[in-house]
Design a protein around this ligand. Structure first.
Ligand code: PGA
Length: 253
């Protein structure tokens, strides 16, 4: 029988939307969301939108997160944002190690680990992103890459977290992983978390899939036993699509 983990549906807005657009999205989302959505819903807008959105989403059904954080509490780090600043802006979650940060800002596996640790220290739940590139998959290195990314972050007695598997080749490409391929990786990730962290925690932790998720492919993905929700880029910008995916995920719970 499927283990009933609460589905998590997260929207990663990347560098999209102005304040007015964000405001309209929030109104639309709250007006159309079920009273008890049966899924944890998180939005990751860019930093300048956070405080407005915290006010607009003053609602227990939706949480806010930052797209990144610096491992230090404060200091001379131009352009960066700290855990306490995210908390102060109304966040309870933070993305760590999104592939666009790893690629555009040369974030190493070790740095992602330090960010996740800092998030936990400040009371933010890290959503840690891992995934292989097309070249790595073609070279048969998928599991080696994931292993490297995981072991740099996780150790015994790790706090509460969520993991997101986002194959880089599926992000923004329209080419989602098949449910079978994603399930194979998710099962591997859960197995490795059991070994690295704790078997009990690995059983209950949510492992999200990300990469071209849309209403058309969400049901087949969430039907897989180790896929517990989604990290959505493009489709999360449209309230109708985001709501449709939330409903599909909730229905599978
Ligand atoms: P996508 O992005 O849904 O647009 O592929 C996913 C992500 O990068 O988190």
């Amino acid at each position: 029988m499927r283990m009933r983990r609460q589905p998590v549906v997260a929207g990663n807005w990347k560098m999209h939307k102005l304040r007015r657009e964000a405001q309209e999205f929030c109104q639309e989302l709250l007006a159309n969301l079920d009273e008890e959505p049966q899924a944890s819903i998180i939005l990751y807008p860019s930093f300048p939108l956070l405080t407005d959105m915290a006010a607009a989403l003053d609602d227990p059904r939706v949480s806010l997160g930052g797209q990144d954080l610096h491992p230090a509490d404060s200091g001379a780090h131009t352009g960066d944002v700290s855990g306490p600043q995210l908390i102060d802006a109304g966040c309870s979650w933070v993305l760590c190690g999104h592939s666009e940060r790893r690629a555009d800002h040369a974030e190493s596996d070790a740095l992602v680990g330090r960010k996740a640790e800092a998030a936990l220290q400040h009371g933010l739940t890290p959503m840690i992103c891992v995934g292989e590139t097309a070249a790595q998959r073609e070279a048969g290195q998928t599991f080696k890459v994931l292993e490297r990314q995981l072991s740099a972050v996780f150790s015994q007695e790790f706090g509460e977290f969520t993991l997101a598997y986002e194959p880089v080749w599926a992000i923004g490409s329209g080419l989602s992983a098949t449910p079978e391929l994603a399930q194979e990786v998710h099962a591997f990730l859960r197995q490795r978390l059991a070994e690295l962290v704790d078997p009990e925690q690995a059983n209950w932790v949510s492992i999200l899939y990300g990469g071209s998720v849309k209403p058309e492919n969400a049901a087949a993905l969430i039907a897989q036993p180790d896929i517990d929700g989604f990290l959505i880029g493009g489709a999360s910008l449209d309230p109708d699509k985001f709501l449709a995916i939330i409903r599909l995920a909730a229905a599978a719970a």
